[in-house]
Write a protein that binds this ligand. Structure first.
Ligand code: TRP
Length: 445
Protein backbone atom coordinates (compact mmCIF):
# COMPACT_ATOMS: atom_id res chain seq x y z
CA UNK A 1 0.00 0.00 0.00
CA UNK A 2 2.74 2.33 1.00
CA UNK A 3 4.47 1.58 -2.27
CA UNK A 4 1.60 2.85 -4.38
CA UNK A 5 1.38 5.98 -2.33
CA UNK A 6 5.06 6.60 -2.90
CA UNK A 7 4.91 5.86 -6.60
CA UNK A 8 2.18 8.48 -7.06
CA UNK A 9 4.02 10.82 -4.74
CA UNK A 10 2.34 12.61 -1.87
CA UNK A 11 2.07 16.34 -1.99
CA UNK A 12 4.87 18.09 -0.30
CA UNK A 13 3.94 20.41 2.51
CA UNK A 14 1.00 20.51 4.83
CA UNK A 15 -0.86 23.19 2.94
CA UNK A 16 -0.81 21.69 -0.50
CA UNK A 17 -3.71 19.36 0.16
CA UNK A 18 -5.78 22.13 1.74
CA UNK A 19 -5.05 24.37 -1.23
CA UNK A 20 -5.89 21.71 -3.79
CA UNK A 21 -9.08 20.67 -2.02
CA UNK A 22 -10.10 24.33 -1.69
CA UNK A 23 -9.22 24.82 -5.34
CA UNK A 24 -11.53 21.94 -6.17
CA UNK A 25 -14.34 23.18 -3.95
CA UNK A 26 -14.24 26.88 -4.85
CA UNK A 27 -15.40 27.45 -8.38
CA UNK A 28 -18.46 28.12 -10.48
CA UNK A 29 -20.54 26.36 -7.84
CA UNK A 30 -19.94 29.22 -5.44
CA UNK A 31 -20.03 32.22 -7.71
CA UNK A 32 -22.30 31.11 -10.54
CA UNK A 33 -24.35 28.27 -9.01
CA UNK A 34 -25.09 29.42 -5.48
CA UNK A 35 -26.48 32.91 -6.32
CA UNK A 36 -28.46 31.65 -9.29
CA UNK A 37 -30.00 28.80 -7.25
CA UNK A 38 -30.68 31.10 -4.29
CA UNK A 39 -32.41 33.43 -6.74
CA UNK A 40 -34.61 30.85 -8.44
CA UNK A 41 -35.38 28.92 -5.25
CA UNK A 42 -36.64 31.90 -3.32
CA UNK A 43 -33.69 33.18 -1.27
CA UNK A 44 -33.10 32.80 2.45
CA UNK A 45 -35.01 29.55 3.04
CA UNK A 46 -32.86 27.92 0.37
CA UNK A 47 -29.72 29.46 1.89
CA UNK A 48 -30.59 28.12 5.31
CA UNK A 49 -31.23 24.59 4.07
CA UNK A 50 -28.01 24.77 2.06
CA UNK A 51 -25.99 25.76 5.15
CA UNK A 52 -27.59 22.97 7.12
CA UNK A 53 -26.71 20.45 4.41
CA UNK A 54 -23.08 21.62 4.43
CA UNK A 55 -22.74 21.01 8.17
CA UNK A 56 -24.91 17.95 8.63
CA UNK A 57 -24.21 16.04 5.41
CA UNK A 58 -21.33 17.70 3.58
CA UNK A 59 -18.50 17.94 6.09
CA UNK A 60 -19.06 14.43 7.55
CA UNK A 61 -18.96 12.97 4.03
CA UNK A 62 -15.89 15.01 3.15
CA UNK A 63 -14.09 13.48 6.15
CA UNK A 64 -15.12 10.02 4.93
CA UNK A 65 -13.96 10.59 1.36
CA UNK A 66 -10.58 11.87 2.44
CA UNK A 67 -9.97 8.97 4.78
CA UNK A 68 -10.88 6.36 2.18
CA UNK A 69 -8.68 8.05 -0.41
CA UNK A 70 -5.72 8.48 1.88
CA UNK A 71 -5.62 5.01 3.38
CA UNK A 72 -5.57 3.33 -0.02
CA UNK A 73 -3.60 5.84 -2.03
CA UNK A 74 -5.55 4.84 -5.14
CA UNK A 75 -8.06 6.36 -7.52
CA UNK A 76 -11.63 6.30 -6.13
CA UNK A 77 -12.79 3.09 -7.81
CA UNK A 78 -9.86 1.12 -6.42
CA UNK A 79 -9.91 3.02 -3.14
CA UNK A 80 -13.50 1.88 -2.54
CA UNK A 81 -12.73 -1.64 -3.68
CA UNK A 82 -9.65 -1.94 -1.50
CA UNK A 83 -11.32 -0.45 1.58
CA UNK A 84 -14.24 -2.85 1.13
CA UNK A 85 -12.01 -5.90 0.72
CA UNK A 86 -9.80 -4.89 3.65
CA UNK A 87 -12.94 -4.62 5.78
CA UNK A 88 -14.13 -8.08 4.70
CA UNK A 89 -16.86 -6.79 2.42
CA UNK A 90 -17.82 -7.29 -1.20
CA UNK A 91 -15.63 -5.66 -3.84
CA UNK A 92 -18.88 -4.49 -5.42
CA UNK A 93 -18.54 -1.33 -3.33
CA UNK A 94 -16.36 -0.15 -6.19
CA UNK A 95 -19.64 0.57 -8.01
CA UNK A 96 -19.82 3.75 -5.95
CA UNK A 97 -16.62 4.81 -7.68
CA UNK A 98 -18.05 3.97 -11.09
CA UNK A 99 -21.23 5.96 -10.48
CA UNK A 100 -19.00 8.84 -9.49
CA UNK A 101 -17.05 8.72 -12.74
CA UNK A 102 -20.28 8.66 -14.71
CA UNK A 103 -21.61 11.63 -12.72
CA UNK A 104 -18.29 13.42 -13.24
CA UNK A 105 -18.53 13.13 -17.02
CA UNK A 106 -22.00 14.67 -16.99
CA UNK A 107 -20.96 17.42 -14.57
CA UNK A 108 -17.85 18.39 -16.50
CA UNK A 109 -19.86 18.51 -19.73
CA UNK A 110 -21.93 21.49 -18.59
CA UNK A 111 -19.29 22.92 -16.26
CA UNK A 112 -17.07 23.48 -19.27
CA UNK A 113 -19.77 25.36 -21.19
CA UNK A 114 -20.39 27.76 -18.27
CA UNK A 115 -16.66 28.18 -17.64
CA UNK A 116 -16.31 28.93 -21.34
CA UNK A 117 -18.78 31.79 -20.89
CA UNK A 118 -16.53 33.09 -18.05
CA UNK A 119 -13.53 33.18 -20.36
CA UNK A 120 -15.64 34.93 -22.96
CA UNK A 121 -16.56 37.55 -20.33
CA UNK A 122 -12.91 38.43 -19.79
CA UNK A 123 -13.08 40.08 -23.20
CA UNK A 124 -16.65 41.30 -22.97
CA UNK A 125 -15.93 43.19 -19.74
CA UNK A 126 -12.70 44.63 -21.15
CA UNK A 127 -14.42 45.98 -24.27
CA UNK A 128 -18.04 46.54 -23.28
CA UNK A 129 -20.63 47.25 -25.92
CA UNK A 130 -22.21 50.43 -24.63
CA UNK A 131 -25.20 50.23 -26.93
CA UNK A 132 -26.79 47.25 -25.21
CA UNK A 133 -27.72 46.42 -21.60
CA UNK A 134 -25.94 43.67 -19.71
CA UNK A 135 -29.00 41.43 -20.03
CA UNK A 136 -29.01 41.91 -23.78
CA UNK A 137 -25.28 41.21 -23.75
CA UNK A 138 -25.81 37.87 -22.01
CA UNK A 139 -28.59 37.09 -24.46
CA UNK A 140 -26.20 37.75 -27.34
CA UNK A 141 -23.55 35.49 -25.82
CA UNK A 142 -25.80 32.49 -25.35
CA UNK A 143 -27.73 32.87 -28.59
CA UNK A 144 -24.68 32.05 -30.65
CA UNK A 145 -23.96 28.29 -30.81
CA UNK A 146 -20.58 28.77 -32.46
CA UNK A 147 -19.48 31.24 -29.79
CA UNK A 148 -20.47 28.93 -26.92
CA UNK A 149 -18.90 25.92 -28.61
CA UNK A 150 -15.68 27.80 -29.24
CA UNK A 151 -15.18 28.77 -25.57
CA UNK A 152 -16.39 25.35 -24.38
CA UNK A 153 -13.65 23.84 -26.54
CA UNK A 154 -11.03 26.23 -25.17
CA UNK A 155 -11.90 25.42 -21.57
CA UNK A 156 -12.06 21.67 -22.15
CA UNK A 157 -8.65 21.75 -23.84
CA UNK A 158 -7.12 23.63 -20.90
CA UNK A 159 -8.57 21.14 -18.43
CA UNK A 160 -7.32 18.22 -20.48
CA UNK A 161 -3.81 19.64 -20.78
CA UNK A 162 -3.42 20.18 -17.04
CA UNK A 163 -4.80 16.77 -16.11
CA UNK A 164 -2.67 14.94 -18.65
CA UNK A 165 0.42 16.60 -17.20
CA UNK A 166 -0.62 15.42 -13.72
CA UNK A 167 -2.58 17.60 -11.34
CA UNK A 168 -0.22 17.57 -8.44
CA UNK A 169 2.55 19.61 -10.03
CA UNK A 170 1.08 22.92 -11.00
CA UNK A 171 -2.06 23.22 -8.96
CA UNK A 172 -0.64 24.01 -5.53
CA UNK A 173 1.21 27.03 -6.83
CA UNK A 174 -1.71 28.19 -8.93
CA UNK A 175 -4.13 28.05 -6.06
CA UNK A 176 -1.88 29.61 -3.45
CA UNK A 177 -1.70 33.04 -5.07
CA UNK A 178 -4.80 33.25 -7.19
CA UNK A 179 -7.43 32.01 -4.73
CA UNK A 180 -6.67 34.69 -2.14
CA UNK A 181 -6.76 37.23 -4.96
CA UNK A 182 -10.21 36.06 -5.98
CA UNK A 183 -11.25 36.29 -2.33
CA UNK A 184 -10.02 39.89 -2.04
CA UNK A 185 -11.69 40.91 -5.27
CA UNK A 186 -14.95 39.43 -4.04
CA UNK A 187 -14.65 41.40 -0.80
CA UNK A 188 -14.04 44.50 -2.90
CA UNK A 189 -17.20 43.73 -4.90
CA UNK A 190 -19.18 43.27 -1.68
CA UNK A 191 -18.01 46.68 -0.47
CA UNK A 192 -18.88 48.20 -3.83
CA UNK A 193 -22.33 46.62 -3.62
CA UNK A 194 -22.72 47.84 -0.05
CA UNK A 195 -22.13 51.42 -1.14
CA UNK A 196 -23.84 51.44 -4.52
CA UNK A 197 -26.42 48.68 -4.35
CA UNK A 198 -29.56 47.81 -2.44
CA UNK A 199 -27.65 46.11 0.34
CA UNK A 200 -30.40 45.88 2.96
CA UNK A 201 -32.81 44.39 0.51
CA UNK A 202 -30.17 41.82 -0.46
CA UNK A 203 -29.52 40.95 3.18
CA UNK A 204 -33.21 40.36 3.73
CA UNK A 205 -33.44 38.27 0.57
CA UNK A 206 -30.51 36.09 1.59
CA UNK A 207 -31.00 35.79 5.34
CA UNK A 208 -34.62 36.42 6.34
CA UNK A 209 -36.26 33.12 5.46
CA UNK A 210 -39.81 32.85 4.27
CA UNK A 211 -40.81 29.23 4.46
CA UNK A 212 -44.22 29.74 2.95
CA UNK A 213 -43.25 29.05 -0.62
CA UNK A 214 -40.67 26.32 -0.39
CA UNK A 215 -41.38 22.77 -1.49
CA UNK A 216 -39.63 19.44 -1.37
CA UNK A 217 -37.69 20.38 -4.49
CA UNK A 218 -36.11 23.28 -2.59
CA UNK A 219 -34.56 20.67 -0.30
CA UNK A 220 -33.36 18.59 -3.24
CA UNK A 221 -31.87 21.61 -4.93
CA UNK A 222 -30.15 22.92 -1.76
CA UNK A 223 -28.72 19.49 -0.99
CA UNK A 224 -27.45 19.10 -4.56
CA UNK A 225 -25.88 22.53 -4.36
CA UNK A 226 -24.09 21.57 -1.12
CA UNK A 227 -22.69 18.41 -2.72
CA UNK A 228 -21.73 20.29 -5.85
CA UNK A 229 -20.03 23.13 -4.05
CA UNK A 230 -17.98 20.84 -1.80
CA UNK A 231 -17.09 18.54 -4.75
CA UNK A 232 -18.56 15.53 -2.92
CA UNK A 233 -20.11 12.23 -3.85
CA UNK A 234 -18.25 11.60 -7.09
CA UNK A 235 -14.64 11.02 -6.06
CA UNK A 236 -12.92 14.39 -6.52
CA UNK A 237 -12.05 14.77 -2.88
CA UNK A 238 -11.34 11.05 -2.53
CA UNK A 239 -8.88 11.22 -5.42
CA UNK A 240 -7.10 14.17 -3.81
CA UNK A 241 -7.15 12.42 -0.44
CA UNK A 242 -4.80 9.84 -1.92
CA UNK A 243 -2.13 12.54 -2.02
CA UNK A 244 -2.65 13.83 1.51
CA UNK A 245 0.30 13.38 3.87
CA UNK A 246 -0.24 10.93 6.71
CA UNK A 247 0.49 13.39 9.49
CA UNK A 248 -2.20 15.83 8.42
CA UNK A 249 -5.39 15.95 10.46
CA UNK A 250 -8.50 15.08 8.43
CA UNK A 251 -11.29 16.47 10.59
CA UNK A 252 -10.00 20.02 11.01
CA UNK A 253 -8.89 20.13 7.38
CA UNK A 254 -12.40 19.25 6.25
CA UNK A 255 -13.81 21.99 8.45
CA UNK A 256 -11.40 24.54 6.95
CA UNK A 257 -12.25 23.59 3.38
CA UNK A 258 -15.97 23.55 4.13
CA UNK A 259 -15.88 26.97 5.83
CA UNK A 260 -13.79 28.62 3.13
CA UNK A 261 -16.08 27.28 0.45
CA UNK A 262 -19.19 28.49 2.25
CA UNK A 263 -17.64 31.89 2.90
CA UNK A 264 -16.91 32.39 -0.80
CA UNK A 265 -20.47 31.45 -1.76
CA UNK A 266 -21.95 33.88 0.76
CA UNK A 267 -19.60 36.65 -0.40
CA UNK A 268 -20.68 36.02 -3.99
CA UNK A 269 -24.30 36.35 -2.90
CA UNK A 270 -23.55 39.60 -1.05
CA UNK A 271 -21.76 40.99 -4.10
CA UNK A 272 -24.46 40.07 -6.58
CA UNK A 273 -27.88 40.59 -5.00
CA UNK A 274 -27.48 44.26 -4.00
CA UNK A 275 -26.79 44.98 -7.66
CA UNK A 276 -29.71 42.86 -8.78
CA UNK A 277 -32.12 44.81 -6.59
CA UNK A 278 -30.58 48.22 -7.29
CA UNK A 279 -30.89 47.74 -11.06
CA UNK A 280 -34.29 46.10 -10.84
CA UNK A 281 -33.00 42.90 -12.36
CA UNK A 282 -34.87 39.66 -11.83
CA UNK A 283 -33.31 37.56 -8.97
CA UNK A 284 -34.85 34.38 -10.37
CA UNK A 285 -33.52 34.84 -13.87
CA UNK A 286 -31.39 31.68 -13.78
CA UNK A 287 -27.90 30.79 -15.05
CA UNK A 288 -27.22 34.27 -16.43
CA UNK A 289 -27.54 35.99 -13.04
CA UNK A 290 -23.87 36.45 -12.17
CA UNK A 291 -22.91 37.55 -15.67
CA UNK A 292 -25.70 40.08 -16.03
CA UNK A 293 -25.37 41.60 -12.56
CA UNK A 294 -21.60 41.86 -12.37
CA UNK A 295 -21.27 43.19 -15.89
CA UNK A 296 -23.65 46.03 -15.07
CA UNK A 297 -21.55 46.80 -11.99
CA UNK A 298 -18.28 46.75 -13.95
CA UNK A 299 -19.82 48.94 -16.64
CA UNK A 300 -20.73 51.56 -14.03
CA UNK A 301 -17.67 51.58 -11.82
CA UNK A 302 -14.46 53.45 -12.33
CA UNK A 303 -11.73 51.20 -13.77
CA UNK A 304 -14.45 48.62 -14.45
CA UNK A 305 -12.75 47.73 -17.72
CA UNK A 306 -9.73 46.60 -15.72
CA UNK A 307 -11.41 45.16 -12.65
CA UNK A 308 -13.98 43.27 -14.71
CA UNK A 309 -11.47 41.31 -16.80
CA UNK A 310 -9.36 40.64 -13.71
CA UNK A 311 -12.40 39.22 -11.96
CA UNK A 312 -13.31 36.96 -14.88
CA UNK A 313 -9.70 35.81 -15.26
CA UNK A 314 -9.63 34.76 -11.61
CA UNK A 315 -13.05 33.14 -11.89
CA UNK A 316 -11.93 31.18 -14.95
CA UNK A 317 -8.88 29.98 -13.05
CA UNK A 318 -11.03 29.01 -10.08
CA UNK A 319 -13.20 27.06 -12.53
CA UNK A 320 -10.10 25.39 -13.96
CA UNK A 321 -8.82 24.31 -10.54
CA UNK A 322 -12.26 22.72 -10.03
CA UNK A 323 -12.67 21.14 -13.44
CA UNK A 324 -9.35 19.30 -13.17
CA UNK A 325 -10.62 17.68 -9.98
CA UNK A 326 -13.76 16.53 -11.82
CA UNK A 327 -11.67 14.92 -14.56
CA UNK A 328 -8.99 13.47 -12.26
CA UNK A 329 -10.79 10.41 -10.76
CA UNK A 330 -11.58 8.84 -14.13
CA UNK A 331 -8.18 9.60 -15.61
CA UNK A 332 -6.39 8.34 -12.50
CA UNK A 333 -8.34 5.09 -12.72
CA UNK A 334 -7.63 4.39 -16.39
CA UNK A 335 -3.96 5.26 -15.94
CA UNK A 336 -3.62 3.25 -12.72
CA UNK A 337 -5.09 0.12 -14.31
CA UNK A 338 -2.76 0.58 -17.24
CA UNK A 339 -5.64 0.60 -19.76
CA UNK A 340 -4.39 3.82 -21.31
CA UNK A 341 -1.55 6.22 -20.62
CA UNK A 342 -2.38 9.23 -18.48
CA UNK A 343 -2.40 11.45 -21.57
CA UNK A 344 -4.65 9.20 -23.61
CA UNK A 345 -7.01 8.74 -20.67
CA UNK A 346 -7.30 12.50 -20.32
CA UNK A 347 -7.98 12.92 -24.05
CA UNK A 348 -10.55 10.14 -24.06
CA UNK A 349 -12.63 11.34 -21.09
CA UNK A 350 -12.35 15.01 -22.09
CA UNK A 351 -13.62 14.19 -25.54
CA UNK A 352 -16.61 12.44 -24.01
CA UNK A 353 -17.36 15.47 -21.83
CA UNK A 354 -16.89 17.80 -24.77
CA UNK A 355 -19.40 15.89 -26.91
CA UNK A 356 -22.05 15.78 -24.16
CA UNK A 357 -21.38 19.46 -23.49
CA UNK A 358 -22.62 20.30 -26.99
CA UNK A 359 -26.09 19.56 -25.61
CA UNK A 360 -25.78 22.28 -22.97
CA UNK A 361 -24.36 24.75 -25.47
CA UNK A 362 -27.21 24.23 -27.94
CA UNK A 363 -29.78 24.09 -25.15
CA UNK A 364 -29.20 27.80 -24.66
CA UNK A 365 -30.28 28.61 -28.21
CA UNK A 366 -31.45 26.09 -30.81
CA UNK A 367 -33.03 23.74 -28.25
CA UNK A 368 -34.16 26.31 -25.69
CA UNK A 369 -37.68 25.68 -24.39
CA UNK A 370 -40.64 28.03 -24.74
CA UNK A 371 -39.58 30.12 -21.74
CA UNK A 372 -36.10 30.51 -23.19
CA UNK A 373 -34.68 28.18 -20.51
CA UNK A 374 -32.08 25.51 -21.16
CA UNK A 375 -33.78 22.13 -20.72
CA UNK A 376 -30.58 20.19 -21.35
CA UNK A 377 -28.71 22.05 -18.61
CA UNK A 378 -31.52 21.59 -16.07
CA UNK A 379 -31.76 17.88 -16.81
CA UNK A 380 -28.00 17.41 -16.59
CA UNK A 381 -27.99 19.21 -13.24
CA UNK A 382 -30.94 17.16 -12.04
CA UNK A 383 -29.39 13.80 -12.92
CA UNK A 384 -25.80 14.47 -11.90
CA UNK A 385 -25.94 17.09 -9.15
CA UNK A 386 -29.27 16.48 -7.51
CA UNK A 387 -29.48 12.69 -7.86
CA UNK A 388 -26.12 11.01 -8.53
CA UNK A 389 -23.94 13.13 -6.23
CA UNK A 390 -26.17 12.81 -3.14
CA UNK A 391 -26.67 9.13 -3.95
CA UNK A 392 -22.92 8.57 -4.14
CA UNK A 393 -22.46 10.52 -0.93
CA UNK A 394 -25.13 8.47 0.82
CA UNK A 395 -23.45 5.23 -0.25
CA UNK A 396 -20.09 6.49 1.03
CA UNK A 397 -21.70 7.41 4.36
CA UNK A 398 -23.35 4.00 4.62
CA UNK A 399 -20.10 2.27 3.77
CA UNK A 400 -18.01 4.18 6.28
CA UNK A 401 -20.71 4.18 8.95
CA UNK A 402 -21.78 0.56 8.76
CA UNK A 403 -19.39 -1.56 6.73
CA UNK A 404 -15.86 -0.27 6.99
CA UNK A 405 -13.67 -1.80 9.67
CA UNK A 406 -13.46 0.76 12.46
CA UNK A 407 -9.83 -0.06 13.16
CA UNK A 408 -8.97 1.14 9.65
CA UNK A 409 -10.90 4.35 10.23
CA UNK A 410 -9.23 5.04 13.56
CA UNK A 411 -5.92 4.57 11.86
CA UNK A 412 -6.65 7.63 9.71
CA UNK A 413 -8.50 9.87 12.12
CA UNK A 414 -6.15 10.98 14.85
CA UNK A 415 -8.37 11.12 17.82
CA UNK A 416 -7.23 14.24 19.61
CA UNK A 417 -10.74 15.26 20.58
CA UNK A 418 -12.76 12.08 21.15
CA UNK A 419 -15.96 14.09 21.21
CA UNK A 420 -15.48 15.10 17.55
CA UNK A 421 -14.93 11.52 16.56
CA UNK A 422 -18.06 10.41 18.37
CA UNK A 423 -20.09 13.22 16.80
CA UNK A 424 -18.79 12.42 13.35
CA UNK A 425 -19.56 8.72 13.84
CA UNK A 426 -23.12 9.57 14.77
CA UNK A 427 -23.55 11.90 11.81
CA UNK A 428 -22.05 9.54 9.27
CA UNK A 429 -24.01 6.52 10.55
CA UNK A 430 -27.40 8.10 10.95
CA UNK A 431 -27.88 11.77 10.18
CA UNK A 432 -26.16 12.06 6.79
CA UNK A 433 -27.57 8.94 5.08
CA UNK A 434 -31.03 9.41 6.59
CA UNK A 435 -31.19 13.06 5.53
CA UNK A 436 -30.29 12.22 1.95
CA UNK A 437 -32.76 9.32 1.93
CA UNK A 438 -35.45 11.51 3.43
CA UNK A 439 -34.98 14.22 0.83
CA UNK A 440 -35.05 11.65 -1.97
CA UNK A 441 -38.17 9.97 -0.64
CA UNK A 442 -39.99 13.26 -0.11
CA UNK A 443 -39.51 13.88 -3.85
CA UNK A 444 -41.36 10.73 -4.74
CA UNK A 445 -44.48 11.39 -2.70
N1 TRP B 1 -17.03 22.31 -6.36
C1 TRP B 1 -16.72 22.90 -7.61
C2 TRP B 1 -17.44 24.24 -7.72
O1 TRP B 1 -18.06 24.65 -6.80
C3 TRP B 1 -17.02 22.02 -8.78
C4 TRP B 1 -16.56 20.62 -8.59
C5 TRP B 1 -15.28 20.18 -8.48
C6 TRP B 1 -17.38 19.50 -8.49
N2 TRP B 1 -15.26 18.82 -8.30
C7 TRP B 1 -16.55 18.40 -8.30
C8 TRP B 1 -18.75 19.35 -8.55
C9 TRP B 1 -17.09 17.13 -8.15
C10 TRP B 1 -19.27 18.09 -8.40
C11 TRP B 1 -18.45 16.99 -8.18
O2 TRP B 1 -17.40 24.88 -8.71
Amino acid sequence: MQKILKSQGTWIGKWTFVLAATGSAVGLGNIWGFPYKAGTEGGAAFVLIYLLCIVVIGVPIMISEILIGRRSGNSPINAMKRSAIDSGNSSMWQLVGWTGIFAGVLILSFYSVIAGICINYIFISAFPNELISSSEQFGAVISSPSNLLFWHTVFMLLTMLIVSAGVKDGIGRMVKILMPMLGFLLIFMVIYAMINGAFVEALAFLFAPDFSNIGTDTFLSAMGQAFFSLSLGMGSIMAYGAYMPKEQEIVSTSFSVGSLDTLIAILAGLAIFPIIFAFNLEPGSGPGLVFVSLLSAFNQMEFGQLIGPLFFILLSIAALSSSISILEPGVAYLAEEGFLSRKKSAVFISLLCWIIGIGTALGFNIFADNNGDNPFLSNMELISVQILQPFGGMMIAIFVGWFMDEALIKNEITNKYPIFYKLWRFFIKFIAPLSVAFIFISQLI
